[in-house]
Every structure is written in structure tokens, then in C-alpha cells.
Design a protein around this ligand. Structure first.
Ligand SMILES: C[S@@+](CC[C@H](N)C(=O)[O-])C[C@H]1O[C@@H](n2cnc3c(N)ncnc32)[C@H](O)[C@@H]1O
Length: 524
């Protein structure tokens, strides 16, 4: 196994293999390790310190791991294998929190809520190394105790040592076997085995069934949520190129044009990433954006298309992933894009994302998307409403979010999602299309919202979203069922994006006829 030399915070050179073992420690230290485990290390290994800092920021500051981790890696100057180890440790411990806590609860003599939260985070890191990463027990114990000594204090070190010793007495399967004896049903068992909250397991199984898939696929789906996702790239059509990435080892994507998959690393090494013409974007997001951009128009909207006067609207554009792709496609087709976003800092990110796209093709509007349909009725030929949602379809990329979300979020988001969809429909010209998109497969924010809209409104019809996705994909996706479409991590290796496509029917209300100027209104 190849190794990389690094220097720990104690200044001593050491070598880490892929499991995080340090391989060149002196004989004296090994002797010491055998005799007094809780005494043997008083320093924090930098990679484990990074993982610890990420867990602390997530637990105590509600931070997002995917934002904190790169900053901590940079701060501690980790690279290569050390950065990969810190990432696997932090993400694995965050994803696995439910299962790790169930194991720890068996090994601690008091409720976990009574532990110092910093000690609990260190225990999670130690337990994940023992059960999820196959770090040898002596290394996991030694380094976790050292971390606690260095950053929390000497007091809790012996507790941490004793608890992790108990954790190390069984493998993960051994622990699961013991814990499963107490679970009530299949949902609880899947939740424990795959480290998801039970309410999410239930919802995902329900969603599989709602989209015509066998409920037994739940195991594969939950496993896919726990796998580290590869980085998906998009070269903006007509503006960017995959060449640099492909020459540097990325693989061409098999689902959609202009996409590639990369093992990661610092993508800023590619000039195309620095200029913003090559972007990180999940393939599922690329597919739904392209489906909205290509769905057939009718009536007035089709006339606009023939005259190259199409107007497109991205109602919820921040941070601008889909807006950048749509903007590039719009520029190629002589269309214009209005990208709307309610949060000022996210509207800035949209402007930044659109920078490589010719300026005459797009504008950014800062405002509440719920008002836009009333302010600019029947003005747009293609509208995407990529609404705020629970993000349960992107659990692979947001390791902590499954434990942060609650069913109450659905109740809060529901009215906003419905109001944004209504506004999107109002803003659409007769014959135009509206794509309702979520990065969640939860029925409460997908199929139920769509059915409600169809019940509420007589001015739309549902188009076949599965067909629209297949029309832009490089191979049949078989994502459609009953008119809507659902992509899946375990089937398509994408985020679980949901797409419903509506066509606006001609209206008899003259107040909703479209103004004649084709240009997008500049931001308010
Ligand atoms: C799922 S994200 C959109 C992702 C984006 N389409 C992309 O591909 O990068 C939803 C966005 O809607 C924004 N948002 C929330 N409430 C809104 C509202 N009332 N009007 C417009 N945008 C809103 C959020 O700030 C967030 O940026």
C-alpha cells in the first residue's frame, strides 16, 4: 500500500496508510502504547483534528459540513491522503450518527445527552474509525484519546478510552445484531442498519412505490445515500469544454451531453473551472434543466420559439447551478433568461454563476418569486420552479442533513412550494412549459404538490416528464411514472431529483396576454 509522509502537529514526521494507521512510530512509543493507553498520546493528529472541528461546527453552530470541511482542510494544510482521510472520517461520522449513537449508548453509563458535546463528537469519530473505517483499534483509541487530551482536556480522556474499548469489542455487524433485537419493525431495522432516521426511510419507501419501483429497493437506495458521491461536472454548452478535465483523468458522463465525472481534488487547477465555463453540477440537475429547456412548446410560446424570441424564467435560481446551464442554452438558442432569487447573497452567487454567459442573454431579479407571476403574468415561455425543499434527495452530498431535518420542515415548506408553483404557472405564456423541480423524492413535496396544482388549476395540463428527460438523455432513464419523473441515486447515480412538467393552456383572460418586448427586465 502506498504511503505519504506528513508531519503531525507535534512536528514529528509520520506516515499514514489508507486506514489512518501511522506506520513509522518509534519502538519506545509502541512499548508505551501497550502499557498505558490513556496516557500514550497528548497530541491531536491533524487529519482527525480537522474531522473533529467539522463535527463541532455542525453540532454547535448548525454549520454545513460541505462548507466547513474545505476551509478546515486549507487551514491545517492537509493534502492528498490526509485530506481524503479527514473527509471520510468527518462525513462518515456525520452520516452514521444515528447508528454510532445507538452503539455508544450501549457503552456509556449515562444518557449521551449528559456528555460534554465535544466528548460525544470525539466518541463518534472514534467509533466510526473502529466500526466504519477498519482503523486498527489501537490507532483509533490512541488518536482519539490524544485528540481529547489536546482539545477538550485530560479529564474525559479515560472515559473516552474506556468507552471506545467497549465499542471495539464487536464489529459493526456484531453491534447491529445486538441492537436489532430491540427494534420494532423493518423500517426501524433499515434505519439502524443504514443510519437514516426512520421517518425518512418510511418516506423514501413510499416514494419508491409511488414511482412504480419495488419497495425492496430501499436497501440499495439507503446504501447509495451513504456512498461518497463522485464529482459531477458540466461544460456550459457553447462556452465551456470538458477537454482539460478529461485529459486529467475525468470520465465522460454517460447520461447527458457535456458532462463528466471526476474523482475530485482541487478543481481550481483547471482554468475552465476558474473561468466558470466548467462547473460542478449533479447530473440529475443537468437533466432536469435540459428537459425544461427542450420540452415542446405550443401556441403562442411555439411562435416565440420559431421567431427565436423565447423568454425563460428561473424562479428560484440561487446559487445559480441550473441558471448557468439554462443561460448558456438560452444564449445558444437566441432566448433570454430571467433568474430570480429571494436571498441577496444567493442572488450574488447567481450573477457570479452567469458571468461566463453573454450579458445580453440574462438578467438577475432579486425578489420574492411568489410575486413574480402577478407582476409579470404570462410573460415567459419556459419556467423552472426549483423550489426550496428538504433536500432528502441529496443526502449523499450533505452528510448531516438527514439528522437535522424533521417532518415539521415539510409542513413549513408546503405552502411556499405551492405558492411558487402557482406563481410559476401565472408567469407562463399560453403554450409555455413549467418545470416543477425538487431535490427531494418525498411525496409531500413532489407528487402531492403536483396533484394539488392539477386539482386547483384549470389552466395547465401535465406533460410526460419521463419522456422529456429521455429526450435529453444519452440513454433511456426509465424515470417516468404516471406523468412525473423521479431520478434515483441507486439507479441513475444522480441526486434524487423530481420533475413534473406542466403546459399552460390558452387563457380567455385578456389581462394575461403577453407584452411585446422580448428582453428580460433588469433587476429590481
Ligand atoms: C433549491 S434552491 C434552488 C437551486 C438552484 N435552482 C440551482 O440549481 O442552483 C431554492 C432557492 O430558492 C430560494 N427561495 C426561497 N424562497 C424563495 C422565494 N419566495 N422566492 C424566490 N426564491 C426563493 C432559496 O433562497 C434558494 O436559493
Amino acid at each position: 500500500m502506498s504511503e505519504r509522509e506528513h508531519r503531525g502537529s507535534g512536528g514529528r514526521p509520520s506516515r499514514r496508510d489508507a486506514q489512518g494507521r501511522e506506520r513509522n512510530r518509534g519502538q519506545g512509543q509502541r512499548q508505551q502504547s501497550r502499557t498505558a493507553p490513556s496516557q500514550r498520546t497528548r497530541r491531536a493528529d491533524p487529519a482527525r483534528l480537522v474531522a473533529f472541528e467539522v463535527l463541532r461546527a455542525v453540532s454547535s453552530e448548525d454549520a454545513y459540513a460541505n462548507l466547513v470541511l474545505p476551509a478546515r482542510i486549507r487551514h491545517h494544510r492537509l493534502a492528498g491522503r490526509d485530506a481524503a482521510f479527514a473527509t471520510e472520517l468527518a462525513y462518515g461520522a456525520l452520516r452514521g450518527r444515528g447508528t454510532l449513537d445507538a452503539v455508544l449508548a450501549r457503552c456509556v453509563d449515562r444518557p449521551l445527552t449528559q456528555l460534554d458535546p465535544a466528548v460525544l463528537d470525539a466518541l463518534r469519530l472514534g467509533a466510526h474509525q473502529l466500526l466504519g473505517m477498519r482503523v486498527p483499534p489501537h490507532a483509533a483509541l490512541d488518536t482519539t484519546v490524544g485528540l481529547v487530551r489536546a482539545v477538550v482536556g485530560a479529564g474525559p480522556a479515560s472515559l473516552v478510552n474506556a468507552v471506545l474499548r467497549r465499542v471495539s469489542e464487536r464489529t459493526l455487524d456484531g453491534w447491529l445484531h445486538e441492537l436489532e433485537a430491540d427494534v420494532a419493525d423493518d423500517t426501524e431495522r433499515d434505519a439502524l442498519r443504514h443510519a437514516h432516521p426512520a421517518w425518512i426511510v418510511r418516506a423514501l419507501r413510499q416514494s419508491l412505490v409511488a414511482h412504480g419501483r419495488p419497495p425492496a429497493e430501499i436497501d440499495e437506495l439507503l446504501e447509495a445515500d451513504n456512498a461518497a458521491p463522485v464529482v459531477n461536472l458540466v461544460a456550459l454548452p457553447g462556452l465551456g469544454s470538458l477537454a482539460e478535465a478529461l485529459e486529467d483523468g475525468a470520465e465522460r458522463g454517460s447520461l447527458v451531453d457535456d458532462s463528466a465525472l471526476s474523482g475530485g481534488g482541487d478543481l481550481g487547477r483547471w482554468s475552465s473551472v476558474r473561468t466558470g465555463t466548467l462547473r460542478i453540477q449533479d447530473v440529475g440537475s443537468q437533466l432536469v434543466a435540459r428537459a425544461v429547456a427542450s420540452a415542446p412548446l405550443a401556441g403562442k410560446a411555439a411562435e416565440d420559439a420559431a421567431a427565436h424570441h423565447e423568454r425563460w424564467l428561473d424562479l428560484c435560481a440561487g446559487p445559480g447551478g441550473k441558471a448557468a446551464l439554462l443561460g448558456a442554452l438560452a444564449a445558444q438558442r437566441g432566448a433570454t433568461l430571467l433568474a430570480n432569487e429571494a436571498a441577496p447573497h444567493r442572488a450574488d452567487l447567481v450573477r457570479q454563476a452567469l458571468r461566463p454567459v453573454p450579458g445580453e442573454s440574462w438578467a438577475v431579479r432579486l425578489g420574492d418569486g411568489r410575486e413574480l407571476g402577478r407582476e409579470q403574468p404570462a410573460q415567459f415561455d419556459r419556467v423552472i420552479a426549483d423550489v426550496p425543499c428538504t433536500g432528502l434527495g441529496a443526502l449523499r452530498r450533505r452528510p448531516e442533513s438527514r439528522w437535522r431535518r424533521t417532518p415539521n420542515d415539510l409542513a413549513e415548506l408546503g405552502p411556499l412550494q405551492r405558492a411558487l408553483l402557482d406563481s410559476a404557472i401565472d408567469a407562463t405564456a399560453p403554450g409555455g412549459v413549467v418545470g416543477y423541480v425538487t431535490c427531494s423524492p418525498h411525496p409531500a413535496e413532489t407528487t402531492v404538490v403536483v396533484q394539488d396544482a392539477l386539482r386547483r388549476r384549470s389552466d395547465v395540463e401535465l406533460l410526460d416528464a419521463g419522456e422529456a428527460l429521455d429526450a435529453v438523455a444519452l440513454r433511456p432513464l426509465e424515470a417516468g411514472h404516471d406523468g412525473t419523473a423521479q431520478l434515483w441515486p441507486h439507479v441513475h447515480a444522480t441526486d434524487a431529483m423530481f420533475l413534473a412538467l406542466f403546459r399552460k393552456l390558452p387563457s380567455s383572460d385578456p389581462s394575461t396576454s403577453r407584452s411585446s418586448t422580448g428582453a428580460p427586465t433588469k433587476e429590481s
